[in-house]
Design a protein around this ligand. Structure first.
Ligand code: NCD
Length: 308
């Protein structure tokens, strides 16, 4: 098959089909092979992070190193000339000349698309405002696929801050390539934004709930997220919902045996540490799948005729 990722931007998960995603999963299954450890020799990845990150930035960096490539970049705008007042356009145009692809995280919606329009090198969206985080969705889908063997016909609960969590939007659009029933579970103030909800309802079977306990016994997956405090326009709005949801251990008495609990991380109070040792907790394994998916993605973006 033609490599659908070669030299492509990754701005939105909506730009990829089920076949594309399954090809990525297939490459991720094989990416650890020794033959690829020099595959990206002489390639330079630019890491342009205007917002904090642990897993996304370091997994891209680790993936690039494992494939023989290198990374340059910055992880906070205060260490770039943005601090001196340089505009985003000039920062991106500069990076575009130093690197072979850019990974970009920014607090504003639309910035990844803007970057893809002004850069001649592939741009990978590592989180754009409240909008999307497509590579997170790729690894979330891969985790479900690896842990449960399928994504079709599952009951998937998405629990938490559905209003501001960008990973949720990418995951929902990614899931719309499959045939699950999705349970959106959140406090009223944190429900999915209404424009996206009507769009997603056309693509996916959706139920909305306020309490996890009402649906937990049906679920194959619980995907939870932290409250995105930094995205609330008004701190009082945040204060009203702070601490309002959590997966209590007592809820897990009434679950399917093979339930998996996922989280893009970082977590705050929604998953108590006591859950970490339960068989349901897959959020640390999910981090490992993240490196595999990002390795596969980089390999495919840079390689016209991949080995797999
Ligand atoms: C997420 C993000 O940045 O949107 N983090 C991540 O990349 N795993 C989720 C979050 O910050 O809550």
């Amino acid at each position: 098959m033609t490599n659908p990722f070669y030299n492509k931007n990754v701005v939105s998960i909506r730009d990829f089909t089920r076949n594309d995603l399954e090809y990525l999963f297939h490459v991720a299954d094989n990416i650890n092979s020794n033959s690829l450890c020099e595959a990206l020799r002489n390639k330079i990845l630019g890491l342009v992070f205007f917002e904090p990150s642990t897993r996304t930035r370091l997994s891209f960096e680790s993936a690039m190193n494992s494939l023989g490539g290198t990374c340059i970049g910055f992880s906070e705008s205060s260490s770039s000339s943005t601090e001196k007042g340089e505009n985003l356009n000039d920062t991106l145009v500069t990076m575009n000349q130093y690197v072979d692809a850019l990974v970009l995280r920014h607090q504003k919606d639309g910035v990844a698309r803007f970057a893809s329009e002004i850069c001649t090198k592939p741009v990978i969206n590592a989180g754009s405002g409240t909008e999307e985080h497509p590579t997170q969705a790729m690894l979330d889908l891969y985790t479900i696929f690896k842990e449960l063997g399928t994504i079709d016909n599952l009951n998937i609960g998405i629990f938490g801050d559905l209003k501001y969590g960008r990973t949720v939007y990418s995951l929902l659009y990614g899931l719309s390539n499959y045939n699950p029933t999705v349970y959106l579970i959140s406090p009223d103030l944190l429900q999915l934004r209404s424009d996206a909800l009507s769009d997603i309802r056309e693509k996916l079977s959706i139920e909305q709930h306020s309490n996890l306990s009402d649906v937990i016994s049906k679920l194959d997956v619980i995907y939870t997220t932290r409250i995105q405090k930094e995205r609330f326009p008004d701190i009082q709005e945040y204060e009203r919902v702070k601490g309002s949801y959590r997966i209590d251990e007592s809820l897990l008495k009434n679950t399917k045996d093979n339930l998996i609990i996922l989280h893009p991380m970082p977590r705050s109070e929604e998953i108590p540490p006591s859950l970490d040792t339960t068989k349901y907790a897959k959020y640390f394994k999910q981090i490992r799948y993240g490196k595999l998916i990002r390795s596969a993605l980089l390999y495919l973006i840079f390689t016209e005729h991949p080995e797999y």
